[in-house]
Design a protein around this ligand. Structure first.
Ligand SMILES: [Mg+2]
Ligand SMILES: [Zn+2]
Length: 220
């Protein structure tokens, strides 16, 4: 039996050109956000703690500004629609696994034919004084990374006996998942991690590169 290909694709810095959380923080400049980013990158605090504390710096009175900025700021990386078309034509399952937040992930992706239950991201609550991030897809008992949105918990639902698991990503939120899957498409600092760990990876700039590579892998 040939294995079914399944793709887990990151959102921020992968589907979109920018990292939207960093862009929001850079724009609104809530005092203390930059130290939190540094601490996440240095791994002295978890991604969940860092993201939660960053958004807690933003007052919900600015909700509309934050939402409008986040959505308006997004640029989609070239070739994304072509990758979706390629997946549909070739029976490849496509999931978005994002460490981003629902209020920008869903509106931005609504222009693409991706079923909502194929999009995993964090939630948000604007009912109090400051933005509270919700974590509907937190780590399971196998992951102790405190991811927030745990990509490995989702990937583990698809066994390597039945699936050829492919991850597409760029950064720290993809590190744990990259170690788990059979194939990684990487850009930015995820390339360095794949190199360091000797993972099976292909570097990419845009989604046209990925379609081309998937096509090449098919004929082998
Ligand atoms: Mg990313
Ligand atoms: Zn996790």
């Amino acid at each position: 039996m040939t294995k079914k290909q399944i793709i887990f694709c990151d959102f921020d810095g992968t589907i979109t050109v920018n990292d939207n959380i960093v862009a929001i923080m850079k724009h609104f400049q809530p005092p203390g956000w930059d130290q939190l980013v540094e601490q996440v990158l240095a791994k002295t605090i978890s991604i969940r703690e860092g993201v939660g504390r960053m958004f807690a710096l933003l007052p919900t009175s600015r909700k509309q500004e934050v939402v409008d900025f986040a959505i308006g700021n997004v640029r989609i990386r070239p070739g994304f629609q072509q990758l979706l078309d390629y997946c549909r034509h070739n029976g490849i399952e496509f999931y978005v696994t994002s460490g981003g937040i629902d209020f920008f992930v869903y509106p931005v992706l609504s222009q693409f034919p991706i079923p909502k239950d194929h999009i995993y991201c964090n939630g948000s609550d604007f009912s109090d004084n400051h933005i509270r991030i919700l974590w509907p897809h937190a780590c399971d008992e196998h992951c102790h990374n405190d991811c927030g949105m745990c990509k490995t918990a989702i990937i583990r639902r698809y066994s390597p006996e039945q699936y050829d698991r492919i991850m597409i990503g760029d950064s720290v939120t993809d590190f744990e998942g990259a170690k788990l899957v059979e194939t990684v498409f990487a850009r930015s600092i995820l390339v360095d991690l794949c190199k360091d760990l000797g993972l099976n990876y292909y570097a990419f700039d845009d989604f046209h590169d990925i379609v081309k590579q998937l096509e090449e892998l098919k004929v082998q």
